[in-house]
Design a protein around this ligand. Structure first.
Ligand SMILES: [Zn+2]
Length: 423
């Protein structure tokens, strides 16, 4: 499945990277393990759906009543996530059913048919990465799950013309646009019939975190492989915790250990775990083989226990829970302020910092082409003059410093929050 946003970012671009840790205890004490009060309904959290251990801690909700989907839409309900102290995976406190997950992808879902410049460049990067790994194997048939419009498969088809390329994509509009040499079908992995011979190589990029049941997803993936087939899974990395935790449709945030355990339970042998991809900060990759005795030495670099991961996630979401108040304090009594950016971070502030958002009059962007309005008027720097009103820098935390320098040079008064939200 490919999800996307207007600024037309495909699913694999939804997620950004890295952060540090902060006031851990504050986060953990906000919601979990609250003492029962008269009138409370006893609703014990179910065991971790990833590892089965009964040791999950409720994470702070960045907003009490709403959350955001990875296509930028606001969901009417809190984020409702919990972290496992045993395996470190983050899942929903109330486990979602397949029907719950399907509702994220209704007809309103922005499919991102038009890929922007950054999407194209990101897709090319992933394509080169997949090509490097595929090249290590003797491959005749390749399957991509959640292939979108087939950008990665199209690249592979150009470089490996002798290999048969299939893609499946849940979104019909995307599945209709197969590039040359590639067959894309509208289908979910779990409902795909098995081939007699199977695929030698199957991969999915930023898809498994959306699966309602990742165990079932992995079993279905293994079922598509030939006897010695290889699978490559790319998904968001858990540490440092980052923006991907804020998306309600990210059903599972895997630690290397938790995904590894699921893969083994699904019948895979783990060939390699790449806990942090150098070229794609904030992402991790897993190479698995269907062969029980093949594939070489597993490499697992797990340097943090589950409880430490859970505490990091709690601190991160706690910082988001206090962001609205902090931003309003930084704005002072200013109203009608500007906000720089009209992308993912702007959408996150709209959802999780509503009081700050209410005081924003317009969104300032470098170019109106490809920007989404998020229900506010848009302006470019040509439209605005020097102003003493604050301008909130709504970009990824790691770029806020550079953007602020630029805004200072234009005689503007930027407000950043990369001291609170680091990734
Ligand atoms: Zn667990």
């Amino acid at each position: 499945m490919t999800c996307s946003v207007r600024h037309r970012v495909s699913l694999r671009d939804r997620v950004d990277q890295g952060m540090g840790t902060g006031a851990i205890r504050d986060g953990l004490h906000r919601l979990p393990n609250k003492r029962m009060q008269r009138g409370d309904i006893l609703m014990p959290m179910r065991a971790c759906p990833i590892c089965g251990q009964d040791d999950r801690v409720r994470l702070p909700d960045p907003h009490v009543a709403r959350s955001m989907l990875s296509d930028g839409r606001i969901w009417n309900g809190p984020l409702d996530k919990a972290a496992c102290n045993s395996c470190g995976a983050v899942t929903h406190a109330t486990i979602l059913s397949a029907g719950d997950v399907q509702r994220f992808y209704d007809s309103d879902y922005d499919l991102g048919v038009d890929a922007g410049v950054s999407d194209v460049s990101r897709n090319l990067g992933y394509a080169a990465f997949v090509h490097e790994i595929v090249s290590q194997y003797d491959v005749r048939r390749i399957l991509e799950i959640g292939c979108g419009s087939g950008h990665v498969l199209g690249y592979l088809a150009r470089h490996l013309p002798q290999v048969h390329m299939d893609g499946i994509e849940a979104a019909e509009q995307l599945a209709a646009n197969s590039p040359p040499g590639v067959q894309i079908r509208k289908a979910f992995l779990e409902e795909l019939e098995f081939l007699d011979q199977g695929y030698d190589f199957a991969f999915c990029i930023n898809v498994i975190e959306h699966a309602a049941d990742p165990s079932e997803f992995l079993r279905a993936l293994r079922g598509q492989l030939s006897a010695s087939g290889t699978a490559l899974i790319v998904c968001p990395a858990p540490s440092p915790p980052n923006l991907e935790l804020l998306f309600r449709d990210h059903v599972s945030s895997f630690t290397p250990a938790s995904l590894r355990a699921l893969a083994i339970a699904a019948g895979f042998r783990v060939v390699a775990v790449l806990p942090a991809l150098e070229r794609f900060p904030g992402f991790q990759a897993f190479i698995l083989t269907a062969a029980s005795n093949g594939g070489g030495q597993a490499v697992v670099a797990e340097n943090q226990a589950g409880a430490a991961r859970a505490a990091e996630a709690a601190a991160y979401l706690s910082a988001w829970a206090s962001l609205d108040r902090a931003l309003c304090a930084r704005m002072g009594d200013s109203v009608g302020v500007d906000l720089f950016g009209a992308g993912e971070m702007a959408a996150l502030l709209r959802c999780y910092a509503p009081e700050c958002w209410r005081r924003v009059d317009r969104l300032v962007v470098d170019s109106l082409a490809g920007a989404r309005s998020l229900d506010k008027p848009m302006a470019t720097f040509d439209d605005i003059g020097p102003s003493r009103k604050p301008i909130i820098v709504a970009t990824h935390p790691q770029s806020q410093g550079a953007v602020a320098q630029r805004l200072f040079s234009l005689d503007l008064s930027p407000i950043v929050f990369n001291d609170m939200i680091k990734a």
